[in-house]
Design a protein around this ligand. Structure first.
Ligand SMILES: [Zn+2]
Length: 397
């Protein structure tokens, strides 16, 4: 069934897009929410068997929270790279990668890469690691995909992004329950999941932000005057509900991460120095790129205050790469990474100190590798000749 709710005011296009996207987390019975043409109302598509009033109540509370957002922040642009390749943007990149056997899509936002797509992913990652070692003396690290809920709680993740968490569950140690699960599956055509009462959530999650795993390993340490830098490739998981889409928005993806630790001034200097380094990376792959102010996609009820704070303080920058146009044919840029200044937040939570005895500041830079791959094939297509020579040799052989 279709219902319409009038908005108290006409909203801007940015807020309308956020409302449509984040409505995925309102109710499993809300199939679709669309902001109408004049942006003065929303149209709901509610599952037939749902209690309409209950779903509408949730939508109203959601809209109430979303409408508190202050928008119309003009993004500040800190870095801009033009591409030299003047060929047209490719379209249908995801399908073409699949057709060539360079991408296998399992569905539900996780993919496998091979051939030139894998070679490109590895080259982007390796070039970034090389630049971070050269400019920040970053030392390599490695971290697990699982993260303890206690760490996420200390990082404030449940408070800011409760909708995006992926929990790890296991069968409760119960002979009859495990046997029932085995029997249900032994002759079934499709997998049979255990009943909720037989699954335990032991307080482990799949890591939703690469850098979280790093801070506990620095707990109680004193960081020297020169600061410290760490880099690695992390596997990251963010549940995106019905917004999952191709390489644009995966549930599981790879991130090349850089974490910088030290005094407030040192970290601020590093953040300034990282801008041309990302520019150099975009240059290597000849990608149209800009770095601009941004804010996190917080859960609706906390987004108003935090979005305002992040944008006003300019503590988050996004690395925007041009990708294939959307269904309406309009040019599109995708956030393919972010640069974040955390101040003393993590230093405080994990008792990381500077040599002078103060609390250390931190900053991180994360690059979403699969989105860089999408940007690469969007901007240069599938004709090897259009790629920069060095990259062409590495990925096409
Ligand atoms: Zn981070």
């Amino acid at each position: 069934m279709i219902a319409v709710i009038d908005l108290p005011r006409q909203i801007d296009a940015e807020l309308a897009a956020d409302i449509e996207k984040e409505s995925a987390f309102v109710s499993p019975f809300l199939h679709r929410l669309r902001v109408t043409g004049g942006r003065g109302a929303v149209e709901l598509e509610i599952a037939g068997r749902a209690k309409d009033a209950e779903v509408q109540g949730k939508v109203e509370r959601f809209l109430d929270a979303m409408l508190k957002r202050v928008h119309r922040f003009e993004p500040r642009i800190f870095q801009h790279n033009e591409r030299r390749d003047d060929g047209p943007f490719a379209t249908g990149v995801h399908d073409e990668l699949k057709r060539r056997g360079w991408l296998f899509d399992y569905g539900n936002g996780h993919v496998a890469l091979s051939g030139p797509a894998l070679a490109l992913a590895q080259l982007i990652d390796a070039k970034a690691a090389e630049l971070y070692a050269q400019h920040f003396q970053a030392t390599p690290r490695s971290f697990p995909a699982m993260v303890d809920a206690k760490i996420l709680h200390r990082c404030g993740y449940f408070d800011s992004h409760p909708n995006a968490v992926s929990f790890v569950g296991h069968m409760i140690e119960d002979f009859d329950g495990i046997e029932a699960f085995r029997q249900a599956n032994s002759c079934a055509a499709a997998p049979q999941m255990p009943e909720a009462g037989h699954v335990h959530l032991p307080g482990l999650c799949l890591n939703p932000a690469a850098c979280f795993a790093c801070y506990p390993t620095l707990e109680g340490q004193r960081i020297g005057e020169q600061g410290a830098a760490f880099t690695w490739q992390g596997r990251v998981f963010r549940y995106e509900s019905r917004n999952i889409a191709g390489l644009d928005r995966l549930w599981e993806f790879n991130v090349r991460e850089l974490v910088l630790v030290g005094g407030e001034q040192h970290v601020a200097d590093c953040r300034r120095r990282v801008l041309p380094v990302i520019g150099a990376l975009a240059e290597t792959f000849d990608l149209e790129c800009r770095i601009e102010t941004a804010s996190d996609p917080f859960f609706a009820t906390v987004s108003a205050a935090r979005t305002f704070w992040q944008r006003a303080q300019e503590v988050k920058n996004e690395i925007m790469l041009a990708v294939e146009p959307g269904p309406d044919g309009a040019a599109r840029a995708l956030a393919c990474g972010s640069i974040n200044l955390h101040g003393q937040f993590f230093g405080d939570r994990f008792e990381i100190m500077t040599e002078g005895g103060g609390t250390a500041a931190t900053s991180c830079v994360g690059l979403g590798i699969e989105r860089w791959v999408l940007a690469g094939f969007s901007q240069h297509g599938f004709d090897a000749e259009r790629w920069p020579a060095e990259v062409r040799r590495a990925i096409f052989g």
